[in-house]
Design a protein around this ligand. Structure first.
Ligand SMILES: Cc1ncc(COP(=O)(O)O)c(C=O)c1O
Length: 302
């Protein structure tokens, strides 16, 4: 991973090349890990971490969902995140905290396996490419359905659930698209493989409710707040695929994807539009510390 020199593992910084975990790690076999994706942006005051507290709270909630006791408090995890960024000298980076079940016992029951925590950082530019941020991406509706709330709760961010996202992503790439959008069990729009979905219709934003089996995205919430500041209303309601085909604009949000326009869906042309561009500009001004809202969203070491 570009720029990664040291990884925080169970309380210490370990050289990147010396990092080892056992092949009988429970999480490797059964997906028993929970994680976050967070970004730090370069500002005049150093690396500003976007909504660090919210991400770490979601990490702890995801862990609680799977009866994992995280052996570090929120404050300790926040300090460890800043320490890892500083140790790698990366004011602009992607941050990946992971809490996982280690090796100790095999079998589906994870409860007797030790809990490990690691935080890695590396340089990661535009997830879907720079051109994607400018011109938008080609998406398809996946033939894979998003995991339902009584299968694997989409509200937690667990390693195993990303097999569902991987199937959708691989299908999209193999069919020549950039990204997949998944429907839920009811056939309504849920999520992208790693992003939340927004449509613009008559000057308002529409986005599926969390109950549609989408991840409660930190970027999603921030974009809704930024839109409100800009006088743009957001309505959370179920959306059909055809509503997206014929929306004025469609965009995806996520820590990795940031605010990415959807140029087409299932080869129906949508194009990029003024509201997506306005939201994207505000988002990048905020995360780079150039906006009055920056202090609300960026967190620095205490
Ligand atoms: C399935 C899915 N939906 C949405 C998101 C966006 O969430 P966030 O904005 O918190 O990164 C992600 C990324 O974590 C994701 O994996």
């Amino acid at each position: 991973m570009e720029g990664a020199e040291r990884i925080w593992f169970d309380g210490s910084l370990v050289e990147y090349d010396e990092m080892k975990v056992h092949v009988l790690t429970h999480a490797l076999h059964y997906g028993s890990g929970v994680f976050e994706g967070i970004r730090a942006y370069p500002t005049d005051r150093g690396a500003g971490v976007f909504h660090l507290t919210d991400h770490l709270q979601r990490l702890r909630r995801s862990a609680a969902q799977y009866y994992m006791d995280v052996p570090y408090s929120l404050e300790e995890l926040a300090a460890a995140t800043h320490e890892t960024i500083a140790a790698n000298r990366l004011p602009s980076c992607y941050i990946r905290p992971l809490v996982f079940r280690g090796h100790g016992e095999m079998g589906v029951n994870p409860l007797n396996c030790p809990i490990h925590v690691m935080i890695a950082v590396w340089t990661w530019g535009a997830y879907l490419g720079e051109a994607a941020l400018e011109n938008g991406i080609r998406c398809m509706i996946s033939s894979w359905r998003r995991i339902g709330p009584n299968m694997i709760p989409a509200t937690a961010k667990a390693s195993g659930q990303y097999l569902n996202s991987q199937l959708a992503k691989m299908e999209a790439l193999k069919h020549g698209f950039d990204e997949a959008i998944l429907l839920n069990e009811q056939g309504m729009i849920a999520d992208g493989s790693g992003e939340n979905v927004f449509a613009v219709q008559k000057g308002r934003l529409l986005t599926p409710p969390i109950s549609a089996s989408c991840l409660p995205g930190i970027t999603r919430a921030a974009v809704m707040e930024m839109a409100a500041e800009m006088g743009i209303e957001t309505i959370e309601r179920d959306l059909t695929r055809a509503e997206l085909y014929f929306a004025d604009e469609v965009f995806l949000t996520g820590t990795a994807a940031e605010v990415t326009p959807v140029a087409s869906l299932d080869d129906h042309h949508i194009g990029t539009g003024p509201i997506t561009k306005q939201i994207q500009k505000t988002f990048f001004d905020v995360v780079h510390g150039r906006h009055p809202l920056s202090d609300t969203y960026l967190e620095f070491p205490v």
